[in-house]
Design a protein around this ligand. Structure first.
Ligand code: HEC
Ligand code: HEC
Ligand code: HEC
Ligand code: HEC
Ligand code: HEC
Ligand code: HEC
Ligand code: HEC
Length: 422
């Protein structure tokens, strides 16, 4: 299994850009490079990977990037087809693939990034009910036509900070992000949680209620910080290249994880279909269904975190790590066997996640465990009533309002939901 790594290449390219920035400010070519350099996780279509994957002139990039392992695209292309091509947008795909288009639009993927007033929870957001009240002050989400803000007040002091973007489909949580100025972005301290319908602390933020000045904003990130935190947020939660607009505002090509986030840019595929060259059309679009399970794990792991080359480095006692499904699934005997368990065994990439679907998931288990690798009926009732996953894939709560499914399928001791006893 190869190691996938994105950041070191990006850091290098970014530093280089920074250095040259003053010199070529306003140069549209620079903008073009930047746009492609921050393409996010799917390097295959970006200028970013070219110097890393293939040996081109930028020697420093080459050596450092190669040291971190392969970049995502190379491997996927080798087995699943596809080629570098421009992005067309999901509307164009939907014209010929209406079935995938209609159901994918309802998924958490498609809705994982939106303007707050266009979010699928916009009505709830606009109702004024999304707030948090404590002894020390009040926080409230407010939507006004095509703008949104988080308002805080303590005593007579008050503050209002715009909320430009809503990250998260709201299956579990929505975090608000906004541009402060041409250097900084803000991740708001208060997130919406579906479990409570209220604003609570964003993961990773310090617990402070609005202070005397009424201010309670969040964590600021430099747009071009070495770890590119904020660009990466947009990278994983949107499709196609990121552009930098007015005042360096980050402009995703298409918000949410849509068709071409997984299939690669489809312009040449569409052109080939239009010319009636079907064979060529198929070769020009990536079909991840053709990847073997291990590679598919890494493929979905490009955003969901890929399995580590060295499991020793993972803190299995940290409940936050459970959200990295590919990492955990890769530890299961079910996955390690030769029978080909993958993310696609249980999840259809074009439909919303099946929740509380005992029948759906049990049927998946029984595909293997009813036969040669059977469940011991005495302890594991193979009935439709009990969810196999309730015991073998326990739920973990890293924070009161969030719940993740432990994808390390195994036999768990009562009281330890993080790591199976075997
Ligand atoms: C003009 C019509 C048309 C458009 C637009 C179009 N496709 Fe296709 N696509 C086809 C046809 C025809 C096939 C082959 C038959 C089939 O599998 O449905 C195909 C096949 C595919 C396949 C299967 C490839 C394989 O190897 O089996 C994928 C994946 C795909 N398209 C994705 C996309 C994506 C993503 C977009 C948007 C960027 C898109 N298509 C836009 C017509 C189109
Ligand atoms: C481009 C990044 C990206 C890729 C690639 C990706 N995902 Fe996701 N996935 C996300 C994001 C972001 C979310 C969060 C959705 C939300 O906001 O709730 C998500 C959520 C999900 C969910 C929960 C969906 C729901 O409706 O609650 C499932 C299941 C899932 N992904 C499976 C997969 C599988 C399987 C693959 C590989 C075929 C994959 N993902 C590839 C980014 C990605
Ligand atoms: C490496 C890809 C990646 C990056 C970078 C990323 N996300 Fe996500 N995000 C995901 C995936 C995948 C999920 C799906 C939930 C899960 O399984 O953890 C998700 C889920 C979410 C959710 C839904 C609630 C939850 O925790 O499941 C929110 C909100 C969110 N991300 C906000 C952000 C923000 C804000 C940033 C930047 C600070 C960010 N994300 C950066 C991949 C990413
Ligand atoms: C999260 C990643 C992901 C997203 C987003 C996604 N697909 Fe797919 N797509 C896949 C995978 C994985 C397969 C292979 C499925 C399989 O073999 O079981 C696939 C297969 C296909 C196929 C081949 C026929 C089939 O169903 O096996 C078509 C056509 C297709 N996708 C079109 C689309 C269109 C159109 C969109 C956007 C509306 C889209 N996909 C969004 C991952 C994705
Ligand atoms: C053996 C079946 C199985 C496989 C394989 C599987 N999942 Fe899941 N997954 C589940 C179940 C069960 C749930 C919980 C559904 C619910 O909420 O009721 C789930 C939930 C999720 C969620 C929602 C967040 C959470 O943790 O509850 C994401 C995201 C997800 N899976 C991603 C993936 C990815 C990525 C892969 C491949 C690495 C994968 N899954 C493989 C069964 C599976
Ligand atoms: C693709 C086939 C496949 C699927 C699907 C599958 N498993 Fe397995 N599972 C296996 C194999 C093979 C083993 C190893 C058996 C052995 O070597 O004795 C295994 C082992 C196990 C074990 C014993 C783990 C240990 O560490 O001893 C449990 C528990 C288990 N599976 C539960 C499940 C559950 C629950 C599901 C559904 C959520 C599931 N499996 C889905 C193939 C599968
Ligand atoms: C009420 C909790 C519970 C449920 C529900 C459950 N199991 Fe189990 N399962 C266990 C326990 C406990 C063990 C360990 C038994 C032992 O000590 O060897 C086990 C063991 C297993 C094993 C490992 C057998 C071996 O080789 O030792 C498999 C495979 C398995 N279960 C599959 C399933 C499947 C498939 C389902 C759903 C049809 C299921 N289980 C439902 C509790 C459960």
């Amino acid at each position: 299994m190869q190691v996938y790594s994105f950041s070191p290449c990006k850091v290098l390219i970014r530093n280089n850009l920074r250095r040259n920035e003053a010199r070529i400010q306003g140069n549209s070519a620079l903008e073009a490079i930047k746009n492609r350099a921050f393409l996010g996780v799917f390097g295959r279509v970006s200028a970013l990977v070219a110097p890393c994957g293939r040996k081109r002139k930028r020697r420093t990039f080459v050596s450092l990037c190669l040291a971190t392992g392969a970049v995502f695209g190379g491997l996927a292309d080798a087995q699943s087809g596809g080629s570098d091509s421009a992005y067309s947008g999901s509307a164009s795909c939907q014209a010929c693939h209406p079935e995938q288009g209609a159901s994918q639009a309802l998924s958490g993927h498609a809705n994982s990034l939106a303007r707050p007033w266009q979010h699928r929870l916009a009505e709830t957001f606009a109702s004024g009910s999304v707030k948090r009240v404590s002894d020390r002050g009040r926080v409230r989400l407010r939507i006004d036509g095509k703008s949104a803000a988080i308002e805080t007040s303590a005593g007579t002091a008050a503050d209002s900070e715009p909320a430009d973007w809503a990250f998260g489909a709201g299956e579990q949580a929505v975090t608000f992000v906004s541009r402060v100025d041409r250097d900084w972005y803000l991740e708001h301290r208060w997130s919406y949680y579906a479990a409570t319908g209220a604003l609570e602390l964003t993961p990773g933020h310090q617990a402070t209620d609005p202070d005397e000045s009424g201010s309670s904003t969040g964590i600021r990130y430099r747009i071009f910080s070495p770890r590119a935190e904020i660009l990466n947020c947009f990278g994983c939660h949107s499709t196609g290249p990121l552009r930098l607009g007015n005042g360096y505002s980050i402009v995703p090509s298409e918000p949410g994880v849509r068709c071409e986030a997984c299939h690669g840019g489809g312009a040449t595929h569409i052109r080939a279909v239009a010319k009636g060259n079907l064979e060529r059309a198929l070769a020009l679009i990536r079909h991840p269904g053709r990847l073997p399970p291990g590679d598919l794990n890494a493929y979905c792991g490009a955003c969901h975190r890929p399995p580590q080359s060295n499991p020793e480095e993972i803190d299995w006692g940290d409940p936050w790590n459970v959200r990295h499904q590919p990492v955990y699934l890769s530890r299961s005997l079910c996955f390690q066997s030769e029978r080909g368990l993958s993310c696609l065994s249980c999840h259809d990439p074009h439909t919303p996640l099946v929740r509380a679907g005992t029948e759906h998931y049990n049927a998946r288990c029984m595909e293997c465990h009813a036969g040669p690798v059977s469940a011991p009926a005495a302890v594991c009732p193979p009935s439709e009533a009990a969810a196999c996953s309730s015991c073998h894939m326990p739920r973990v709560r890293p924070q009161a309002e969030l719940e993740f499914t432990n994808h390390w399928i195994g036999v768990y001791q009562a009281g330890n939901r993080l790591q199976p006893r075997r």
